[in-house]
Design a protein around this ligand. Structure first.
Ligand SMILES: [Cu+2]
Length: 95
């Protein structure tokens, strides 16, 4: 019984390590109203492995939390561009 618990905990730990969460930040040009932020969000959400999306019209930005085994920043950028905006990857601001 102890052995099973041990194996299970190893597997669980390994799984957390494999599913690595990454954060990518983009400058998004071309968004003019609240509907644009929704369009951007919906587009990004179509990708596999998206955990969290924060799109700001005011800051002209998109912050995406994703699983880097399933997708990457280039795919996210292309997705934003595909709905008519211009995304540029930029450094994430801390805090
Ligand atoms: Cu709009």
């Amino acid at each position: 019984m102890k052995k099973i618990i041990l194996i299970a905990s190893i597997l669980l730990t390994a799984q957390i390590t494999w599913a690595k969460s990454q954060k990518a930040c983009f400058k998004v040009e071309g968004m003019t109203c609240a509907a644009c932020t929704v369009t951007t969000k919906v587009a990004i959400n179509k990708l596999d492995g998206i955990n969290d999306i924060d799109v700001s019209l005011k800051n002209k930005s998109a912050v995406v939390d994703y699983d880097d085994n399933k997708t990457d920043a280039v795919k996210i950028k292309e997705k934003i561009d595909s709905v008519g905006y211009k995304a540029t990857k930029r450094q994430c601001e801390e805090g």
